[in-house]
Design a protein around this ligand. Structure first.
Ligand code: AMP
Length: 171
């Protein structure tokens, strides 16, 4: 691990049994609150895909933060993939399974065919959310050139659903 990654990892804290027993919640709020860490994390998420994308798409809610910073650093725009029912002009919707029940996300109408997209979220757990994001981009004819996240929870095998994801950390 590089010095920067090692320093960044110190800003992620684990909260046991939150929001329910047995969950090791990865709390990234200390990282978001540090000016160096927020910028450096976004830079490292973009780095492998620099110059290859037209917009950054972020998944609600924590994905918005890194995607917004990444877009500003890369000099591109940002497109939100939001929880269903929040966008005034949704272009497409994808439903996906959660551990209990299901959820849906929608894309706003800027992802036209041919647009090259870097997809960003904070954490890869089971991979359901990111897989839905990829499907949404694909449905609209846009092209995902890369998927970047801060942290991957390896035990949940999310990589099986999102094979080429670039993660800064794995726990
Ligand atoms: P999944 O669809 O299972 O990959 O879950 C992805 C989303 O759930 C991520 O965007 C995280 O925000 C959140 N999440 C899942 N597990 C955790 C965890 N242990 N700590 C913090 N956030 C989590």
């Amino acid at each position: 691990m590089t010095d920067d990654l090692s320093r960044l990892s110190s800003f992620i804290r684990v909260i046991p049994d939150y929001p329910s027993e047995g969950i090791q919640f990865q709390d990234i709020t200390p990282l978001l609150a540090d000016s160096w860490a927020l910028r450096r994390a976004a830079e490292l998420m973009v780095e492998p895909f620099a110059g290859q994308f037209d917009v950054v798409a972020g998944i609600e809610a924590r994905g918005f933060i890194f995607a917004g910073v990444a877009a500003a650093l890369a000099g591109t725009g940002f497109v939100p993939l939001r929880k269903a029912g929040k966008l005034p002009v949704p272009a497409a919707r994808v439903e996906y399974d959660l551990e209990y029940g299901s959820a849906a996300i929608e894309a706003s109408d800027q992802l036209a065919p041919g647009v090259r997209v870097l997809l960003i979220d904070d954490i890869l757990a089971t991979g359901g959310t990111l897989a839905a994001g990829l499907e949404l981009i694909n449905t609209l004819g846009a092209k995902t050139v890369g998927t970047s996240i801060l942290l991957e929870l390896e035990g949940l095998n999310g990589r099986e659903r999102v094979p080429n994801v670039h993660s800064l950390f794995a726990v």
